[in-house]
Design a protein around this ligand. Structure first.
Ligand code: IPM
Ligand code: MN
Length: 355
C-alpha cells in the first residue's frame, strides 16, 4: 500500500495513548506487510513550546500529504492564559477546518463486560448503540467573535450547504444501521436551528424516504439520552451541541476514555482521535485508558483504508482484553477487576489481536 499516516501525540495523556496505538499499528503494518509509511509531528501545546505556534506549517503540510492522521489530545493548564490564537486548541480547530473534516462520527456502544462501570442502571443500557454525528467545521466554533473588557460575543452561523452535507451524511450512515435519524436543535430559539430543521425535513422527504427522521430539542435530548438511550440510532447535530452531547453519551459506556472518533470529509481521508481530552491531572502516571485511542485506529482502517477485517480484529482484541478482566483505573472500581496500567492494557490488546 502506498499510504501515509501522520501521528500527532499532542499534550497531556495524548502521547501515552498514542504509544499504545502505535504498538497496535506497527504490529498490523508489519504482520500484514501493508508498508504504510508513518510520520510524527507536533500539534497543540507541544508545538507551541517547540515552535511558538499550535499548528506549525510543517504539521499541516504533512497532514495534507497523508491518507490519515491520528491525534492523541491537545490542551493543558500551562497554556490556559495564552491568547486564543496561541492556545493548544488553536492547533486542532484549524486542522479540522483546513482539512474540511465536517463530519465527526462518535459511536457509543456498550461493552458487555463494562455494564457495571456505567453510572446508568443496567436495564437502561440494553441495546444501546448510538452514532453521534457532529458537524465539525461550522457553527459557533468558527463564527465571528470578539471581546472587550466589558463585553464579549460569539456568533453561530450555518450555510444551507453546510447543513445539507452533514444531514446527507446522517441519512447515508443510517441506511447502513437501523434506519433512524434524530436531528437535534434548538428550533424554538435559534435561527440556525430553524434553517437546520427545515433543511432536514426537505432532504429526508426527498432523498431518504425510507429513513425515520425525528427532531428533538437539545435540552430534551440530554434528558432522553439518560432516560431512553436505546431509542436512538444516528443522532445528528451542530458543532457545539455535538461536543456537549457526546461527552454526556460517553457515560453510558462507563468512561470518556472508551470513546473513539473519526472526522471525515468528502473522500477517504480522515482524522482519528479519542473523544477524551488531554487530562493533564492524570498525565504521566501511566493510568490513562488507551481504549478510545485504539478504537479510533480501528475506525481509521475502516474509513480511510477500507480494511474492515482489520478494524474488526482491533475491536475484537479490545473486547477480549476486557473479558480477561483487564481494566485501566477509570474502569476498575469493581474488586474483581484487574487494575492495569496504560501500557499493560495496550500489550494485552496486542496479545489478543489475531489478524
Ligand atoms: C472535542 C474537544 C475539542 C472540541 C476541544 C479540545 C477544542 O472537546 O474534540 O470534543 O471542543 O471540539
Ligand atoms: Mn469535547
Amino acid at each position: 500500500m502506498n499510504k501515509r499516516v501522520v501521528f500527532l501525540p499532542g499534550d497531556g495523556i495524548g502521547p501515552e495513548v498514542t504509544s499504545e496505538v502505535f504498538k497496535v499499528f506497527n504490529k498490523i503494518n508489519k504482520d500484514l506487510k501493508l508498508k504504510i509509511l508513518t510520520e510524527e509531528a507536533l500539534i497543540g501545546g507541544a508545538a507551541l513550546d517547540a515552535t511558538g505556534l499550535p499548528l506549525p506549517e510543517e504539521t499541516l503540510n504533512l497532514c495534507k500529504k497523508s491518507d490519515a492522521v491520528f491525534l492523541g489530545a491537545v490542551g493543558g493548564e500551562k497554556w490556559n492564559n495564552n491568547p486564543v490564537s496561541l492556545r493548544p486548541e488553536a492547533g486542532l480547530l484549524p486542522l479540522r477546518q483546513k482539512l474540511n473534516l465536517f463530519a465527526n462520527l462518535r459511536p457509543i456502544k456498550i461493552h458487555p463486560e463494562l455494564i457495571s462501570c456505567s453510572p446508568i442502571k443496567e436495564s437502561y443500557l440494553k441495546g444501546v448503540d448510538i452514532l453521534i454525528l457532529r458537524e465539525l467545521t461550522g457553527g459557533i466554533y468558527f463564527g465571528k467573535r470578539g471581546r472587550t473588557s466589558t463585553n464579549a460575543f460569539d456568533t453561530c452561523e450555518y450555510t444551507i450547504s453546510e447543513i445539507e452535507r452533514i444531514l446527507r451524511r446522517a441519512g447515508n450512515l443510517a441506511k447502513k444501521r437501523r434506519g433512524k435519524v434524530t436531528s437535534i436543535d434548538k428550533h424554538n430559539v435559534l435561527d440556525t436551528s430553524r434553517l437546520w430543521r427545515d433543511t432536514a425535513d426537505k432532504i429526508f422527504s426527498e432523498e431518504f424516504s425510507e429513513i425515520e427522521l425525528e427532531h428533538i430539542y437539545i435540552d430534551a435530548a440530554t434528558m432522553h439520552l439518560l432516560s431512553k438511550p436505546n431509542t436512538f440510532d444516528v443522532m445528528v447535530t451542530d458543532n457545539m451541541f455535538g461536543d456537549i452531547i457526546s461527552d454526556e453519551a460517553s457515560m453510558l459506556s462507563g468512561s470518556l476514555g472508551l470513546l473513539p472518533s473519526a472526522s471525515l470529509g468528502h473522500n477517504n481521508f480522515g482524522l482519528y482521535e479519542p473523544v477524551h481530552g488531554s487530562a493533564p491531572d492524570i498525565a504521566g502516571k501511566g493510568i490513562s485508558n488507551p481504549t478510545g485511542a485504539i478504537l479510533s485506529l480501528a475506525m481509521m482502517f475502516r474509513h480511510s483504508f477500507n480494511l474492515n477485517f482489520i478494524a474488526d480484529a482491533i475491536e475484537d482484541a479490545v473486547h477480549q482484553t476486557f473479558s480477561k478482566n483487564y481494566f485501566t483505573a477509570d474502569l476498575s472500581q469493581e474488586k474483581t477487576h484487574h487494575n492495569v496500567s496504560t501500557s499493560d492494557f495496550g500489550n494485552e490488546v496486542l496479545l489478543n489481536l489475531s489478524i
